[in-house]
Write a protein that binds this ligand. Sequence first.
Ligand code: PLP
Length: 397
Amino acid sequence: MSDLRARFEAAFMPNYGVPPVALARGEGCRVWDTGGREYLDLIAGIAVTSLGHGHPALVEAVSSQVATLAHTSNLVLHEPEVLLAERLLGLLGGDGRVFLSNSGTEANECALKLAIKYGKSNGRSYFVAAENGFHGRSMGALSLTGKAAIREPFGPFGIDVRFVPYGDADALKAAVDENCAAVFLEPTQGEAGVVPPPDGYFAAARAICDATGALFVADEIQSAIGRTGTWFAFQHENARPDVLTLAKGLGGGLPIGACVAFGPHGDLFAKGDHGSTFGGNPVSAAAALAVLTTIEKDGLLANAASVGETLADGLRAIDHRLLDGVRGRGLWRAAVLTGPHAPAVEAAARDAGFLINAVAPDALRLAPPLILTAEQARSFTAAFPAILDSAAPEPEN
Ligand SMILES: *Cc1c(COP(=O)(O)O)cnc(C)c1O
């Protein structure tokens, strides 16, 4: 293991640092490291392995598709991609069109190119996004990313993006006028630390875009596909965007993203305007279909909602000087700390057999597989006080 870490460090660019764990395999919500230690996986590859590890439906869909037809490019079409697009549109109420990509960043690139086209045809020249937001790291998606520490080293960018404080509907209203091409928002900011806006914010954003004609783009790359207990987080406020981006949980671990544009916006691209060699490949499409089918068949939306409450209730019941509260919805939560202890708590949790993520200095992200059981959730909340103790021992006298 330490040997593997040394080889990782020698072979890879230093952008990730060297991760503390090397995983060898997984089954359901459990994973094992290369030394044979078992962990409960409460982060799921950053909200990705929605069915857990080695789910039979995913294994069967991917294995049979890779054996039948693994890749085609977009010079030809195939049934899995059509079924997937139809399925997504069915979940979203019909009148849209889909572009399939390989990642969240690429789904947002598609949305941005749509918004640029929309803006050019209407004399709209700027974009609005939220401070601390995250939309990806390619130059287009990065230009919309509000986290200054990751955006600023790579600027300046080719488009005019104005950042507003997240969750402040008045600030959004003041920033968006008839010259704004599009507003990009997450329904809850994931990388910022699972930070939900005040109730009504997403509906207010919808209304502001309706009033000014700006495109409303919802980045649901982290929040959708059951994560919050509904297929899409925008459903909590019934505020359907004009353009929606998806990725992470959609493929259950296989790389896939989607950009969906509704109504006339689905026709913004002309032939030749956009493309991807791997986007919509049969294997990733088959994986996504298996994820959607299993979520429906096994009632995983309801499971995410109810086990998410169990998890949150368990955390709320803990009285500890390091723990300040819990944020989020469904199986997408942050345990909020009283100070910058998250890295130490993450390490202590790992020592106790739980994989969680120090998403911010004072926040731990929990985004487990949607199949997590209430008993597994309770095993974590029962262990958490001792984990907090060992992360920051009570100062003596
Ligand atoms: C993860 C994430 C992205 C980037 O997705 P990648 O698949 O890493 O390219 C974009 N937006 C949000 C909200 C995300 O959580």
